[in-house]
Design a protein around this ligand. Structure first.
Ligand code: IMP
Length: 180
């Protein structure tokens, strides 16, 4: 499929599954090399990272654990902005090497909030693995050590990423077109 329609928008294929897998294999190799002996715990951020995490983890050969977290947005009583809270983390990450597994880092604000929140649980170190990064959009300083791919500032779907809940199931990545 070269193009797909989701609700009011048309998307064209921009990164094929074969090329995504090649980069995931590269990132897995780097993690296997860098984190050997560290017994890391991977935290997959749902929903978007489920497909990336599944393919990445199949290539991780060092002893490790995987767990799944969600970020719940709510409006704080004292704040006008949205606050994101990490939910679903039952494991004790004290003194652990943590690898956050994300679908995409856009402005980086979500990742920053996640790191802040996990930081209060006294991990030994936190690493970031993200399927995609939009470097032009980053507004905070983040050390994204394990980025599979960098993309321009366009809205995409597929390989776990959605538009209004749809499109996560596609094995390729699609970029929105101007025509809508
Ligand atoms: P950030 O806080 O601006 O870095 O946003 C990160 C979150 O926004 C990701 O975890 C995605 O859920 C969502 N997001 C950002 N860009 C896209 C995109 O192009 N397609 C689908 N979701 C996106």
């Amino acid at each position: 499929m070269d193009s797909i329609k989701i609700k009011d928008k048309t998307f064209v294929v921009s990164i094929k599954e074969k090329d995504i897998q090649k980069e995931i294999i590269r990132v897995a190799g780097e993690i296997n090399r860098d984190l050997v002996g560290k017994n890391p715990i991977f935290l997959c951020v749902l929903n978007g990272a489920f497909m990336f995490a599944a393919d990445l983890m199949k290539r991780i050969t060092i002893p490790c654990e995987i767990s799944f977290v969600k970020l719940a947005s709510y409006r704080g009583l004292m704040s006008s902005g949205k606050i994101k809270e990490v939910i679903g983390l039952n494991e004790d990450i004290t003194d652990r090497t943590v690898v956050i597994v994300e679908d995409i880092v856009d402005t980086g604000l979500t990742m920053q909030r996640l790191i802040e929140s996990l930081g209060t649980r006294s991990p030994k170190e936190i690493h970031i693995a993200s399927l995609l990064v939009k470097p032009e959009k980053l507004v905070v300083e983040l050390n994204i050590e394990y980025a599979a791919m960098s993309i321009p500032n366009d809205f995409i779907v597929g390989f776990g990423l959605d538009y209004d809940g749809y499109g996560r199931n596609y094995p390729d990545i699609y970029t929105v077109t101007e025509e809508g």
